[in-house]
Design a protein around this ligand. Structure first.
Ligand code: NYM
Ligand code: MG
Length: 214
């Protein structure tokens, strides 16, 4: 990162299950490391923390939890890492995040919880400088070898999740950019589209870290 009062960029990747998000995040990490050594890759849910272990057990259907309780745990899992995200950004690292608060809203609202209720616990989290939404139809996602065993990995559910993601995108402010990338195209073209969005941010961004929906 160049000198001056720049901080690291906060980049979030979102999408349906099987949208290719984790593959693209890994490719982007590698490319960022070549361009700028200081980059951190995070993934939500972070299944390694105490809260994350509870979430993991729920996702694998090894335990049951009230819809609102699990929603709040997903949010708490972000809050427990919020200050370290901010510190990394201020220290000049690029932070790349595989899923964030938008997944929290999309999956819980798709289950039928009220949209505004779902958004509330994530208000004031560090806001991404850009969110890249890897858009794929649920039909196409399903063709990619089918879904795994985890909760939510069903075509009908994914269809509703996509609709909520589209609503989130339409309501995101200009400053907190939401960029849609066609994730149904050739994997290398997706990588190139993502790089075109991220490359201008590699040298860091000016101004303080903003907060979600404030
Ligand atoms: N998920 C993820 C939620 O329901 N709420 C959240 O806040 C987050 C971050 O967890 N189907 C869901 C989306 C996924 C699942 O994520 C696990 P992944 O990226 O498939 O490991
Ligand atoms: Mg998944």
């Amino acid at each position: 990162m160049s000198a001056g009062n720049k901080r690291g960029a906060f980049i979030v990747m979102e999408g349906l299950d099987r949208s290719g998000k984790s593959t693209q995040a890994a490719r982007l990490l590698e490319r960022l490391q070549r361009a700028d050594a200081r980059v951190k890759l995070l993934k939500f849910p972070d299944r390694t923390t105490g809260i994350g272990i509870t979430i993991d057990s729920y996702l694998r259907s090894e335990s049951e939890l009230d819809d609102r309780a699990i929603h709040l745990l997903f949010s708490a899992n972000r809050w427990e890492l919020a200050s370290s995200i901010e510190e990394s950004l201020r220290a000049g690292s690029t932070v790349l995040c595989d899923r964030y608060a938008f997944s929290g809203i999309a999956f819980s609202a798709a289950k039928g919880l009220p949209y505004e209720w779902c958004r509330a616990p994530d208000i004031s989290l560090p806001a991404p400088d850009v969110t890249i939404f890897l858009d794929i139809t649920p039909e196409k996602a399903k063709q990619r070898g089918g879904y795994g065993e985890e909760r939510y990995e069903k075509e009908e559910m994914q269809r509703m999740v996509r609709e909520v993601f589209q609503r989130i995108g339409s309501e995101t402010s200009r400053e907190q950019r939401w960029v849609v990338v066609d994730a149904g195209q050739d994997i290398d073209l997706v990588t190139e589209d993502i790089w075109r969005i991220v490359e201008p941010l590699v040298s860091g961004v000016l101004g303080p870290v903003t907060r979600l929906w404030e």
